[in-house]
Design a protein around this ligand. Structure first.
Ligand code: NAD
Ligand code: TDX
Length: 331
């Protein structure tokens, strides 16, 4: 199978490529990645001999046409992915998440190529902090940020291409991922790398916001289950019942580092900060037989800490610039 992975030099995409090379010896993997600030060639170094990396944008119609024509399936991870950045400058989010997805869809339509679109639970907006309501595939779209609204728009483009043009596509909306190779602008790796440097973790606002954490390996086994066994035109929600408040994440990390549970700082809250996300993944579990393997969040966090300790060369060059950007917004 010829697999074209967009965004394969980013966090989830790189882990997807590693997993695919490991578990699918017959797959021929090509990565299309613009190598933005969030993409790193070295994230693919361990599989460099088995994977072709093409540096370019998903909004480059000629390049995309050529690569899609040579694929059996497109797995579309590429995106601008960070909410805080989308508040500072939404324009690359519109260009990549909307125009880039449109460009891929048109190529997949022309060449009748199977398409899997990676999306987020943030398209559904947020849930109240209290209560046990969860997102389901029929929850109405209600995105809050420039990031999540462009992801919502990209999902709707995919749905329209299925209905109007018969594109063979599926969509998955996943909750918050953690694991190796995540950019240090994101919550968990930012706090891990702060703690490695002896700096106190930084919680937005009171830290009561809840995210539904899933290990990136589990996200990617679910993506393969959908590509292998999913029904064309369907949306699958991916989550592993990992609801945790930001405060509890920080306290767990402080424990891993042997620090006091209150050894952190509250900083300025994110404007429009979504309160809580929670996924009902029963369709994925019941119809496709998927189950997560990384269900011990504390153990997964400790292993992730070990990875950042062992791979300082990967993240150290970016740390000062990321923190300088946060300092400018009081975060
Ligand atoms: P990331 O920011 O780590 O990686 C994004 C990758 O896309 C980078 O390698 C970047 O260089 C590349 N890219 C950006 N613009 C591009 C363009 N125009 N052309 C080609 N490549 C481009 O993101 P991530 O966290 O790995 O997220 C991957 C996907 O998963 C995104 O679609 C995101 O919306 C979705 N998602 C992420 C999470 C999460 O918790 N991180 C959860 C659910 C869904
Ligand atoms: O320093 C911080 N302190 C803090 O309290 C940072 C960077 C974040 N936070 C909070 C904000 C969120 O409530 O932690 C939570 C997680 O923040 P992010 O890592 O920025 O993730 P989030 O905004 O929830 O979005 C993530 O999950 C869904 C990904 O970045 C998206 O790409 C994905 O769609």
């Amino acid at each position: 199978m010829r697999v074209l992975v967009t965004g394969g030099a980013g966090f989830i995409g790189a882990n997807f490529v590693h997993q695919t090379v490991r578990t699918r010896p017959d797959a021929r993997v090509t990565v299309l990645d613009a190598l933005t600030y969030a993409g790193d060639r070295s994230s693919l170094a361990p599989v460099a001999d088995q994977v072709e990396l093409v540096e370019g944008s998903i909004a480059d119609a000629d390049l995309v046409d050529r690569l899609v024509a040579d694929a059996d399936v497109v797995v579309h991870f590429a995106a601008e992915s960070h909410n805080d950045n989308s508040l500072g400058d939404p324009s690359p989010f519109v260009q990549t998440n909307l125009v880039g997805t449109y460009t891929l869809l048109e190529a997949a339509r022309r060449h009748d190529v199977r398409f899997h679109h990676i999306s987020t639970d943030e398209v559904y907006g947020d849930l109240p902090l209290e209560g046990d309501e969860k997102f389901t595939p029929t929850t109405p779209y209600n995105p809050s940020s420039p990031y999540s609204s462009t992801k919502a728009g990209s999902d709707l483009l995919v749905r329209a291409w299925v209905r109007s043009f018969g594109l063979r596509a599926t969509i998955s909306n996943c909750s918050n991922n953690y694991g190796p190779y995540q950019h240090i602008e994101k919550f968990i790796p930012r706090q891990i790398t702060n703690l490695i440097d002896g700096v106190r973790p930084r919680l937005y606002g009171a830290g009561l916001n809840v995210r539904d954490w899933i290990h990136v390996e589990d996200h990617n086994t679910a993506v393969w289950a959908i590509i292998d066994r999913g029904t064309i035109g369907e949306t699958y929600l991916i989550g592993a019942d990992g609801e945790t408040s930001n405060l509890d994440v920080v306290r767990t990390l402080l424990g891993v580092f042997g620090r006091e549970a209150d050894d952190f700082d509250h900083v300025a809250d994110r404007p429009g900060h979504d309160l809580r996300y929670a996924i009902d993944a029963s369709k994925l579990r019941d119809e496709l037989g998927w189950t997560p393997r990384y269900t011990d969040f504390a153990a997964g966090l400790a292993a992730t800490v070990d990875w950042y300790r062992a791979n300082e060369d990967w993240w150290r060059p970016h740390k000062a610039a990321v923190e300088a950007k946060y300092a400018a917004t009081g975060q």
